[in-house]
Write a new protein. Structure first.
Length: 310
């Protein structure tokens, strides 16, 4: 939270509150409707990805349940510090339902990690194909280093002999990776779902740019969108705010569009993303109401028995 607060404070000091206010003012009408529709598709893809990974680990989750749980986790991520609390809640709740908390936690971790890996690869690919729209190679180098490090972390354990992986964590890592992520039944769907999800989020970002009235070509905006979305995954934020706005200010400024426009676009995108996750709030309220209505039946029965035999 301190990191996200520091970034926001620095942005207010450098660009003022005008871009923030403009972003809130521009979050209306057709951008909201488009974001809700696109997020419905991306949520379905992410829920399907989670279902594939969870099935590989032996903790099956029905698609309908996965979609509702994913909406709920996105809403919690967008409203709680860190940006990952919703995923933790989703993993713990599913673990209690299936009676295996460890595998459920690993399923959510692998699901998010695999999606982020695909996002990194797509970001690097777009940066190399379209090139950064300014004489700067910093984003390409930074993302390339992260991708190479991630590939190395995955490739090295796979190349090692299982006998050399003496730790339980190492064996679980390779077993999960082979059985749940890289299995023939799983990886094509994971790749497809992650690609559609990333492109959907990028499309919402482009809609946020259009909402500001900026006339910038999609080919020029796509690298900016993917870099900002990658930065927004850093879990040092306040309900999603902080790194995303800082990265947008830096990225837009580096290509001559101005830091103020970058902050405004990031604020519009953040508001669109928040509104699009509101179905998760409905899921959360319905589940809480069901829990309350079912609680008396579970808690009062032992008391009645005790009173009867007392």
């Amino acid at each position: 939270m301190a990191g996200g607060a520091a970034i926001l404070a620095l942005l207010v000091w450098r660009v003022g509150t005008g871009p923030l206010v403009d972003g809130l003012r521009l979050t209306t009408g057709w951008p909201v409707a488009a974001a809700v529709a696109i997020t419905a598709l991306t949520t379905l893809c992410c829920a399907w990805r989670w279902r594939l990974v969870a099935g590989g680990l032996g903790v099956e989750v029905p698609l309908r349940t996965a979609v509702a749980a994913y909406y709920r986790s996105q809403f919690l991520n967008a409203t709680l510090p860190g940006g990952v609390m919703g995923d933790v809640h989703r993993a713990v709740r599913h673990g209690r339902e299936v009676g295996d908390l460890g595998r459920s936690l690993r399923a959510v971790a692998w699901e998010r990690a695999s999606g982020f890996a695909v996002q990194l690869v797509l970001t690097v690919g777009v940066l190399f194909l379209l090139s950064w729209p300014a004489p700067s190679f910093v984003p390409s180098v930074a993302v390339t280093v992260v991708v190479v490090a991630g590939v190395a972390l995955i490739a090295v354990p796979l190349c090692l002999n299982r006998r050399r992986l003496s730790s339980r964590i190492g064996r679980a890592f390779t077993s999960d990776l082979r059985g749940a992520v890289l299995a023939p039944r799983a990886w094509p769907g994971i790749l497809l779902a992650s690609t559609v999800a990333v492109l959907g989020h990028a499309l919402v970002f482009l809609i946020a740019v259009r909402a500001t009235g900026a006339d910038v070509s999609p080919a020029r905006l796509l690298p900016l969108a993917l870099v900002v979305l990658t930065a927004s995954a850093v879990p040092t934020n306040i309900a999603g705010w902080g790194p995303r706005e800082g990265a947008a200010a830096w990225a837009f400024s580096s290509v001559g569009l101005g830091a103020g426009l970058g902050v405004t676009v990031a604020v519009v995108y953040g508001m669109l993303a928040l509104v699009a996750t509101l179905p998760g709030a409905v899921v959360l309220l319905v589940a809480r109401r069901h829990a309350r209505s079912g609680a008396p039946g579970r808690t009062d029965a032992p008391e009645l028995v005790q009173r009867k035999y007392a």
